[in-house]
Write a protein of this length. Structure first.
Length: 203
């Protein structure tokens, strides 16, 4: 069996490796802004599906699969931040990034993340989503400035990178799993991989 992680995210790569899996990386290169849904749960699922569709198309025209591989699973995911009922994706400007992070200071935000596992042999898909909440202490302006100067806020949903050394000291509490906040729920990913493999093993 081979696993393909359909994401360029370093956090997702780290989480999947921590789970003990070996995998290759492929990116979807989709226009995420063209996919819109009102509910965050629907949006993250739609984006994970779109990423899977794009990678399957790439694989049809040649990809890093071994012809004799007994089976292959594709893992795609998406994450958004919900702040005061508003869905936040990656900031598109320095002003927006600053507004995002400043809003979390002394406040809290929800994170909604999807995982989709596609069995590339059977074509079947297994997906779900999880949510978590992050509560913050007051974040000093100089810390916000440093985060923006480093550019890290532009690469993550809601400009929120929980595991970053500058952010971590100001995290008061996480309700839910930390890996959901980082972009890939371990429990959900494991459950979906097992479901996909169970079906793959049937005669």
């Amino acid at each position: 069996m081979q696993i393909i992680l359909g994401s360029a995210s370093k956090a997702r790569r780290q989480i999947l490796a921590e789970m003990g899996y070996e995998f290759t990386i492929m990116t979807a290169d989709i226009d995420e802004q063209s996919i819109r849904r009102e509910k965050p749960e629907d949006l993250v699922m739609a984006l994970a599906e779109a990423k899977a569709d794009a990678i399957v198309q790439k694989l049809l025209y040649g990809g890093p699969l071994e012809e004799d591989a007994p089976g292959t699973l594709l893992v795609t995911a998406d994450t958004v931040v919900v702040y005061r009922g508003i869905i936040r994706e990656k900031p598109t400007s320095e002003k927006e990034a600053r507004e995002f992070v400043k809003g979390y200071s002394g406040s809290h935000a929800a994170v909604v993340g999807s995982v989709l596992v596609t069995n590339l042999i059977t074509g079947k898909r297994y997906g779900g989503w999880e949510s978590a909440e992050v509560y913050f202490l007051e974040i000093p302006d100089e810390v916000i400035d440093n985060l923006i100067d480093e550019g890290v806020t532009f690469n993550v949903a809601g400009g929120l990178m929980l595991e970053h050394p500058l952010t971590l000291p100001y995290v008061d509490a996480v309700v839910g799993s930390t890996d959901t906040v980082m972009g890939l729920s371990k429990a959900l990913t494991q459950k979906l991989i097992l479901e996909a493999l169970e079906v793959a093993a049937l005669p």
